[in-house]
Design a binder for this molecule. Structure first.
Ligand code: ADP
Length: 682
């Protein structure tokens, strides 16, 4: 007690404490003895005054396990005040442990030196306050919960209300619907009645249309036969069908189709079965079949359809066969096709090209041959304008005019002109024909025709012209010389000169020989042209013939004829014609190789042929000319008149040898000479 502040006496303090309403106690530092406690505190504790002077642990054993003892200890040690409010303490009251709630404070009391001398413990029992506040809080939360519930209930109520409203609405609309359904029902009823009426009319119409359909079938210009699907019995057949199959009506009635037309069964029964099974129609064009028409097999072409006729459930009830006999058309078309094919073959074999110009588009359609003639590569499209551009300028206008005139006058044309082929080949002569074609309104649509390459025949014509002028010239020379000789003879007829007379006679004979040779050549030519070269074959020895021929050359003495080879070889041939061939070759050697002193004959056996040749040592012939020597009218010196001749000798020779079944040819080298040879079968 001596430790209390000096200005308060401990008794005064106690008096203050005892009168204080607040429960107060003072705990000493050692063992936390309850130094003093006022009545209020003792009441709080539920004890009596005996607790004073006892350690608190002892006085209030129930505090064991509760935080207060350690709190008190901590204040004693640290000097820090600890306070709490609404803090629960369990105390024993009337022997019963009960919870109480306090606002309390443990405050360390210090002396002037700052040392803790005791702890002032104040406590206010706030159990009632606490409990009432707790109750209040509980009530509040209950209220809130109640409020919340109320709100939820309200919401539910609102929703229920809404539903109710909706249900109301629905009800009213259901009512409306009901009303409209009723209305509809009445309408439907009315409609039903109407439909029934229509159905009745339809039924009537159906019967009528079936009758009409039958009438149509009967009168149809095409053959119609209706065949029941399940047993193939013929239900209906019209006259046109009877005509196609060549049967009497009686032969069809009460029969199946294949009983009625058995010859078609093999080919057509499977097709009809398929139509019945699949329900799919079948149609065919230009089927060829053998039909027994009026007791006779005939080849017939038909177009036909097998059309399924259905029940309401879609199954096939019948097959309607619709057929047309197209035999006449097919035969006619085939004839036209055959004729066209023949025409095409003829055109092809004549090397003729065809062309067709579309006047609308200018497009030119040309055959392969026409394309070849114009040198237009395959696949390259061409136009009339373009092809006119290939025509040699001097002929363009003439061709254009011919086409124009043909269009204007609906006439044909035939025209010859030169073209410069597109591929750069040599110019060609063409002969083209054409004709214009018109549509229903008489507008020209196209021009078409043929064309043929006449380059060769043009060249041949040229040769012929040349030949005529050469032949006239050739004939004129000996005739002039003969005429001169005759004039002289005429003048000296009263007093003939013995020196000149024989010369004139010789000159006349030579001229006559020349004339008769020329005439002989011309005759041979025309004979050959007419295919009248007749051979008069005999057996002879070749060497003997060679020795006897060409005496005119031997007489003149300018050339020596030397025979080499097999002198015994014999052949069977026309001796006169072979002699002619040899004479021509020797004459040519004399003419074209005048400086070749010697002319060699050679005879040899080559297999089963005799090979005879005439060789000179003259100037020879250029290689590019060799292949033409045996052509008609061909002369290496075509322009000049250096050497007389018609260009016929070798041509005639070649014909003679060919006719004998032999070959003819020439080997020549420029500057070394030429060897003309031919072979004859032994
Ligand atoms: P032609 O003698 O009347 O002209 P041919 O048909 O007999 O006619 O001869 C054709 C051409 O062959 C002659 O024009 C000539 O150019 C050439 N020819 C023929 N034989 C010889 C030869 N031996 N040497 C050189 N050229 C020849």
């Amino acid at each position: 007690m001596s430790n209390y502040p000096s200005h308060f006496s401990s008794d005064l303090l106690l008096t203050i404490l005892s009168q204080a309403k607040t429960a107060t106690a003072i705990h000493s530092t050692d063992e936390m003895i309850i130094e003093t406690a006022n009545d209020a505190m003792i009441a709080v504790w539920g004890k009596d005054k005996s607790v004073i002077g006892k350690p608190i642990e002892e006085a209030l054993p129930e505090l064991k396990g509760q935080p207060f003892l350690s709190l008190l200890q901590s204040v004693l040690h640290t000097g820090q005040t600890i306070a709490g409010s609404d803090t629960m303490a369990e105390l024993v009251f009337d022997g019963e442990r009960k919870p109480f709630y306090f606002d309390f404070e443990y405050r360390a009391i210090k002396n002037d030196a700052g040392e803790i001398i005791c702890v002032l413990h104040t406590a206010t029992d706030v159990t009632a306050r606490y409990l009432s506040r707790r109750r209040e809080m509980e009530l509040e939360s209950e209220l809130q919960a109640a409020n919340e519930e109320l709100a939820a209930t309200n919401e539910e109520l609102a929703a229920a209300n809404e539903e109710l409203a909706a249900a109301n609405e629905e009800m009213s609309s259901s009512n409306e619907e009901l009303a409209s359904t009723l209305e509809e029902l009445t309408v439907t009823n009315e409609e039903l009645a109407e439909s029934q009426e229509i159905l009745q009319t339809l039924n009537y119409n159906l019967a009528e249309s079936e009758a009409r359909f039958r009438a149509v079938v009967i009168q149809a210009p095409v053959g119609v036969c209706i065949i029941r699907a399940h047993d193939l019995m013929i239900q209906d057949v019209n006259d046109a069908y009877l005509q196609v199959v060549g049967r009497e009506r009686a032969a069809m009635q009460g029969r199946t189709i294949w009983q009625a037309v058995p010859e078609a069964a093999a080919a057509y029964a499977p097709i009809m079965n398929n139509v019945i099974n699949t329900g799919l129609a079948y149609s065919a064009k230009e089927h060829e079949l053998q039909l027994l028409r009026n007791g006779e097999y005939q080849s017939v072409f038909v177009n036909f359809v097998y059309e399924p006729v259905r029940f309401e459930d879609d199954s096939v009830k019948a097959v309607m066969v619709v057929t047309v006999d197209v035999t006449e058309q097919v035969v006619a078309r085939r004839q036209v096709e055959a004729a066209e094919e023949m025409l095409r073959l003829a055109i092809d074999s004549a090397n003729m090209g065809t062309w067709m110009a579309n006047l609308d588009t200018d497009a030119l359609t040309i055959s392969d041959q026409a394309r070849k003639i114009h040198g237009i590569p395959p696949g390259v499209e061409t136009t009339l304008t373009h092809s006119l551009g290939l025509i040699a300028s001097q002929h363009t206008e003439r061709v254009s005019n011919a086409i124009e005139q043909a269009i204007k006058n609906n006439s044909g044309f035939e025209i010859e002109y030169i073209i410069n082929p597109m591929d750069g080949a040599k110019p060609r002569w063409l002969k083209a024909t054409g004709k214009a074609y018109y549509d229903d309104q008489d507008n020209p649509v196209s021009v078409s025709g043929t064309m043929i390459d006449i380059t060769e025949s043009k060249a041949y014509d040229q040769q012929k012209d040349d030949f005529i002028s050469i032949a006239s010239h050739e004939l004129k020379t000996p005739v002039t010389s003969l005429k001169a000789a005759l004039q002289l003879l005429d003048r000296m007829k009263t007093n003939p000169s013995p020196q000149i007379l024989p010369k004139l006679i010789e000159q006349s004979n030579r001229s006559m020989d020349k004339i008769s040779t020329l005439i002989e050549d011309l005759l041979n030519l025309s004979r050959m042209n007419e295919g009248q070269l007749k051979l008069d074959k005999t057996q002879f020895t070749i060497a003997e013939m060679l020795n006897q021929c060409c005496n005119h050359v031997r007489v003149v003495g300018k050339h020596e004829l030397i025979l080499q080879g097999d002198e015994e070889l014999q052949i069977i041939a026309d001796e006169h014609r072979i002699d002619q061939v040899i004479v021509n070759m020797v004459n040519n050697a004399v003419k074209y190789a005048p400086n070749s002193k010697q002319i060699f004959f050679n005879v040899e056996k080559a297999g089963d042929m005799a090979r005879i040749s005439v060789r000179d040592t003259g100037p020879g012939i250029a290689p590019d000319k060799l292949s033409h020597l045996f052509e008609r009218y061909y002369r290496t010196d075509a322009s000049g008149y250096q050497n007389s001749g018609l260009g016929l000798g070798l041509y005639i020779s070649a014909e003679i040898i060919r006719k004998h079944g032999g070959e003819i040819g020439v080997d020549s080298e420029l500057g070394k000479g030429s060897t003309f040879w031919f072979t004859l079968p032994l």
